[in-house]
Design a protein around this ligand. Structure first.
Ligand code: HGY
Ligand code: MN
Ligand code: MN
Length: 399
């Protein structure tokens, strides 16, 4: 099956007809439909499907002469999306993996070690708030009981969501799934404007974290309460958002408040509470820490002036990931000198690398650099170049 037809066979799943964006939250019906598309494609290729208790999947191409099913080379990515996300973030890595296996088989290649295609659940954390939820549980860095207790915005626990998806929550333990992951290579659409060639190789993933800022004030009447008598948490939040933007610019870092919850969220009442989630990232751990400290300091000072209170809770923090240089350089050689670049986006590859699994990433050019948006795009020729690059890398690693 050609890349184009493979791509087309999944690209309508979870796509919002109005915005063109994708809504494939972890274990929701649309994400399950995408997962079933994946398992059908694996079955059509006689790949041996393995799943762990949370729904991560690896489908194996076991070489005929290898009854021991030794550790192999896994490639893949995720099928879930951010809310109203783009078409390529995640699915490009999974579709390219299937297409790369097709290319290798078409030329008669037989791997000397198994090749696995992986799809890891809830990488975006868009439903349960924990990025790389599936790969963190698989790698044993997120305790199953903590994962199962996570709730989505409707208050549904992960345990309940799994049951609804037909997965027994009792199975969510550190899975043997990764025991055969000898090496992991993730192909992903580039999510910035740093890649000017069709394909690049990742050097590192920036440290990044998600922090919940809760501003508490005093609910009051919007019309009768004098401005000087208010304790308005929205004001403290607003100043914090401006401070975050300024501090990030000064530090050459990134700070985003993209999600907000206002209580009681009335038009004619000063709010009692504003909860805001900060996504902060920087080129190194020290800069990330100092960025957080600077933002928190200014927010706290403003809260004192407004007579409001603030507490800041880190929900997830991922230290810098430097991919092993030997494997990185091997991919650069296989690809005749592909450019090497860091990324400010988190990936399952970062979790596996941090867990000690030799890991590398391939990036496919994104002409506008826009991502986590319906406007996310990659040229068909660059996608095909990505498939060829991945096939060449798999062939090299599995020989
Ligand atoms: O948010 C990220 O960095 C990634 O897209 N999950
Ligand atoms: Mn993403
Ligand atoms: Mn992604």
């Amino acid at each position: 099956m050609s890349f184009e037809s493979l791509w087309a066979s999944q690209s309508a799943i979870g796509r919002d007809p109005d915005t063109g964006g994708y809504r494939r939250g972890g274990w929701t019906p649309t994400e399950r439909e995408a997962t079933h598309w994946f398992t059908d494609q694996c079955a059509a290729r006689n790949l041996t499907l393995e799943s762990d208790g949370i729904g991560n999947l690896i489908a194996w191409w076991n070489p005929p002469q290898d009854p021991a099913f030794r550790p192999g080379i896994v490639t893949g990515s995720h099928l879930d999306s951010v809310i109203d996300g783009g078409a390529f973030d995640g699915p490009l890595g999974v579709v390219s993996a299937l297409a790369a296996v097709d290319v290798l088989r078409a030329e008669g290649f037989v791997p000397s070690v198994p090749i696995g295609i992986g799809a890891f659940v809830e990488e975006e954390g868009s439903r349960f708030g924990m990025p790389c939820l599936g790969s963190r549980v698989a790698a044993g860095v997120l305790p199953p009981e903590k994962a199962l207790g996570l709730t989505d915005r409707a208050g549904v626990t992960l345990a309940a969501a799994l049951e609804e998806a037909g997965i027994d929550p009792a199975g969510v333990a550190r899975s043997p799934l990764l025991e055969r992951m000898g090496t992991f290579v993730e192909l992903h659409v580039e999510q910035g404007r740093g890649l000017t060639a069709p394909v690049g190789v990742a050097s590192s993933i920036w440290p990044h974290g998600r922090y919940r800022f809760t501003f508490r004030g005093e609910a009051n009447h919007a019309g009768t309460t004098l401005m000087e008598d208010r304790h308005d948490p929205m004001l403290t939040y607003a100043m914090t958002a401006l401070a975050a933007n300024k501090q990030a610019r000064l530090a050459g870092a990134r700070a985003t408040f993209g999600r907000l919850s206002v209580e009681p969220n009335g038009t004619n009442a000063v709010p009692s509470q504003v909860t805001a989630w900060l996504d902060a990232r920087a080129a190194d751990d020290a800069t990330l820490q100092s960025l957080l400290a600077a933002i928190t300091k200014q927010a706290t000072e403003r809260a004192e002036r407004d007579g409001t209170t603030l507490d800041v809770v880190p929900e997830s923090v991922s230290p810098v990931v430097d991919f092993p240089t030997g494997l990185r350089d091997r991919l650069v050689d296989v690809l005749d000198g592909a450019p090497v670049l860091p990324t400010g986006a988190g990936h399952d590859a970062g979790v596996f690398s941090a867990a000690g699994i030799p890991t590398a990433m391939l990036f496919v050019r994104n002409p506008t650099g826009i991502s986590h948006s319906p406007a996310e795009f990659a040229e068909p020729d660059d996608c095909l170049a990505g498939v060829d690059a991945l096939a060449a890398v798999l062939k090299d690693l599995a020989t």
